[in-house]
Design a protein around this ligand. Structure first.
Ligand code: 6PG
Length: 469
């Protein structure tokens, strides 16, 4: 045990680990990194010649150089690498030390590791971190989960490293056990949804309205100045300005239309189904990535069902307004689905998440940061147990005023044979949610007809069964 030594240790000096370590060092903390790769170790020490930044390939040296109780974060790929770092470090750690996982770990894995290390007297936290390379270096949004006591040990360091919005750090104790990884997973689900919604607007504006890349660039950057202000809108505008190395075409137009994924969006949809919470915009975003992957089949099917040239018969400026409001509407519904998931998961898994705090720390640093998150924060501040942000009076007013536009935009998309599944799922989510009556009495009747599954009756307690034939 040592009272002197480094304040913070990082295992894994890939871009994220190294950038976050340097970010923490900027606030004056002494930091040490551990990586098996000597090149990563020497490149960190070469980049920062400051005395309070060190790196090593030796786990023993790393552990013995840290101040007690030790505060260590792992930033290694999710899955088996996390378990193998835990297996290597655990025998070297002492009771009371804190080990954090800063990667995109699957939340049930975090629960398993939390239980195992808590039993050994080691503080364990699953810490969601968003913001990519730049965020890690300049200030990410940080979503730590575990126990409040563990969080208190690391709070000053995380607050120093996090992005700031109006002076408030984008980090808070998210909740118990795997709450941090869970909330980061849902963050990524929303990220998938927003990206898909923007790409559908691009499809409609390019193929339906006939806008040029230059016009699209102008439009997205204008939209980013208004209510749609968000990191994803900002980078979309930037993408439409970036020429390829030959200086002529946009890089965008040379990129194959096949989207990859690392799994967090799929986990969000899978868990939404497990919790029986509807997240259709996120589901569609995952579906579209899957269909995008079968490029050869799409090309072949396109020959079987060719789409004729579309000539739009509507005023261009009016359509652009429809599309802008379509995005505003769909953005709100995508966040609504994510927040509804977090609320249900918090109750189901005992996380005790403060929803307003989640909205607050997503305002800066992370990939889904957007000005409208302040509205969501206020909605949860006004009503802590709000079931769905769509029924907050301010947001309800916005949805009401944009709903004609999203319907008009979808009609245009349908006429032009442009697939807009995430946008349509957003509108359907809204239409379903505000339906006091749904035709599901028929489904109950069918279930009872073929399977004697019984049904409930209006105005009578109990369950009923009918001999239908
Ligand atoms: C972030 C990002 C980050 C990562 C995504 C990409 O918040 O910083 O979400 O976690 O870039 O996992 O996910 P896909 O590769 O699945 O698109």
């Amino acid at each position: 045990m040592s009272d002197t030594g480094y304040d913070f240790g990082m295992v894994g000096l890939g871009v994220m680990g190294r950038n976050l370590l340097l970010n923490i060092a900027d606030s004056g903390y002494s930091v040490i990194g551990l990586d098996k790769d000597p090149e990563k170790v020497s490149s960190l020490t070469a980049e920062s010649e400051k005395e309070h930044v060190k790196a090593t390939t030796s786990a023993e040296e790393f552990i013995s150089s840290l101040k007690s109780p030790r505060k260590i974060m792992m930033l290694v790929p999710a899955g088996a690498p996390v378990d193998s770092v835990i297996a290597e470090l655990t025998p070297l750690l002492s009771e009371g030390d804190l080990l954090m996982d800063g990667g995109n770990s699957y939340f049930p894995d975090t629960d398993r590791r939390y239980a195992a290390l808590t039993e050994k007297g080691i503080h364990y936290m699953g810490v969601g971190i968003s913001g990519g390379e730049e965020g890690a270096r300049r200030g990410p949004s940080i979503m730590p989960g575990g126990s409040a006591d563990s969080y208190d040990m690391i709070k000053p360091i995380l607050e120093a490293a996090a992005a700031k919005v109006n002076g408030e750090p984008c980090v808070t104790f998210i909740g118990h056990k795997s709450a941090g990884n869970y909330v980061k997973m849902v963050h990524n689900g929303i990220e998938y949804a927003l990206m898909q919604l923007i790409s559908e607007s691009y499809h409609l504006l390019k193929k339906g309205v006939g806008l040029t890349d230059g016009e699209l660039q102008k439009l997205y950057s204008e939209w980013n100045e208004g209510e749609l202000n968000s990191f994803l809108m900002e980078i979309t505008a930037d993408i439409f300005a970036k020429k390829d190395d030959d200086g002529e075409a946009l890089i965008l137009n040379n990129i194959l239309d096949r989207a990859r994924s690392k799994g967090t969006g799929k986990w969000t949809s899978q868990n939404a189904m497990d919790l029986q919470v509807a997240a259709p915009t996120i589901d569609m975003a995952v579906v579209v990535r899957d269909i995008s992957a079968i490029k050869e089949e799409r090309v072949a099917a396109g020959k079987v069902f060719p789409v004729e040239e579309y000539k739009m018969d509507a005023d261009k400026q009016t359509v652009i307004k429809h599309v802008e409001n379509m995005l505003k509407f769909a953005y709100i519904t995508a966040y609504a689905q994510g927040f509804a998931m977090i609320k249900k998961a918090s109750a189901e898994y005992g996380y005790e998440v403060n929803m307003a705090e989640v909205a607050k720390i997503w305002r800066g640093g992370c990939i889904i940061r957007a000005t409208m998150l302040e509205d969501f924060r206020q909605a949860f501040t006004e009503n802590e147990s709000l079931d769905n942000i769509m029924i907050n009076s301010g947001l309800a007013e916005k949805l009401s005023s944009y709903q004609t536009d999203i319907r008009e935009a979808i009609k245009l998309g349908m006429d032009a044979k442009i697939p807009m599944p995430a946008t349509m799922a957003s509108l359907s989510y809204f239409d379903l949610y505000r339906s006091s009556w749904l035709p599901l009495n028929l489904i109950q009747a069918q279930r009872d007809f073929f399977g004697a599954h019984t049904y409930e009756r209006i105005g009578k307690e109990g369950v009923f069964h009918t001999i239908w034939k």
